[in-house]
Design a protein around this ligand. Structure first.
Ligand code: PHE
Length: 322
């Protein structure tokens, strides 16, 4: 056996004894020195001693190596249970948005998205909210600073609602249209328990021949029942949005109180006409709801500002929820 083959302490000791022990092979050589002719003794003696210390060094080095790998083996305890990496979970607004999307998909709606950075034209003008129109005050706007806008070109903003996608979708698609548009919206707004400067909306747009307010009511009531249960109480009240006529808000009765969940109305005939469609033939309805508002109802969250504070103590409560 060579020294390199000594795989453990016992084998190493065997090797050391065989060469360097009292009856070892090198010890025998050293002992034989005295029997040599006097003139050969110094040369053989010195060589054998050099060999002896080389072998001792090699044994020590090999022993150190064996120790090091034994330590290494100890530090990997293959019997330890695996460590579970920390897993994140879906945000309550994401959970709610997905639930809403599923509900509308089941009702036959397509799902599309639009740009967060929008042109003033789509966010306002083409929704019948021209500059100077008092309704612009309904949406305090975060404008995007850019050279084009400063030089009289098209101005850009962070969309204040998902309604601009009504116009964009009508530009590309022909009726029948049945689509929802989930997305983030932004408002230049002081925050409080029910207002955030960033929010998620789901826009709905339905256009076809002979649609009436009864279709709007029927569709939204069916949606609310799927979402909140069959015996939920609902109410429609008049409301005003420049891009619908008539306009309404839908409220649900939640723990005794009426809560507004969405704005809605019949798409304004001018918008249908601008899209190149005959408003005597095509009609439809639109709605827009706040996803955070629905999430607050679902999970009993009392302050909308919790959603975007990124406090893990809040977020962990939604682990494993749907
Ligand atoms: N866009 C409106 C809002 O942000 C909601 C709305 C959408 C109202 C569609 C009517 C029709 O408040």
């Amino acid at each position: 056996m060579s020294l390199a083959e000594a795989g453990d302490e016992t084998a190493l000791d065997e090797w050391r004894v065989a060469w360097l022990g009292r009856r070892g092979r090198l010890t025998a050589v050293l002992r034989g020195v005295r029997d040599l002719p006097a003139e050969e003794r110094p040369r053989v003696g010195a060589g054998a001693n050099r060999l002896k210390s080389a072998l001792e060094d090699a044994v020590a080095a090999h022993r150190a190596q064996l120790h090091a790998s034994a330590e290494h083996a100890k530090s990997i305890d293959v019997s330890l249970p695996g460590r579970t990496p920390p897993l994140g979970s879906l945000h309550p607004v994401t959970l709610t948005r997905r639930h809403l999307e599923r509900t509308f998909r089941d009702m036959g709606f397509d799902v599309v998205e639009g740009p967060d950075v929008e042109l003033e034209e789509y966010n306002f003008d083409r929704l019948r909210i021209p500059a100077g129109h008092p309704a612009r005050d309904m949406w305090d706007t975060i404008w995007v600073a850019d050279d084009a806008g400063d030089n009289g070109g098209p101005r850009q903003l962070l969309r204040t609602h998902t309604s601009p996608m009504q116009i964009r979708y009508l530009e590309r698609r022909q009726p029948p249209i049945r689509v929802i548009v989930p997305g983030t919206c932004y408002r230049y707004e002081a925050t409080d328990a029910t207002h955030e400067w960033m929010l998620t909306q789901i826009e709905g747009l339905v256009i076809d021949e002979n649609l009436s307010f009864a279709h709007l009511k029927g569709t939204l009531e069916a949606f609310v029942r799927r979402m909140f249960g069959a015996d939920i109480e609902t109410r429609f009240r008049c409301d005003y949005f420049p891009f619908v006529e008539p306009g309404a808000e839908l409220g649900v009765r939640w723990q005794g109180d009426w809560l507004e969940v969405l704005g809605c109305g019949m798409v304004h005939p001018e918008i249908i006409e601008d899209a190149g469609l005959d408003p005597d033939r095509y009609t439809g309805f639109a709605f827009g709801m706040g996803v955070e508002r629905v999430a607050m109802l679902r999970y009993g969250v009392r302050d909308i500002r919790h959603f975007y504070r990124n406090d893990v103590r809040f977020l962990r409560q939604f682990e494993g929820r749907r």
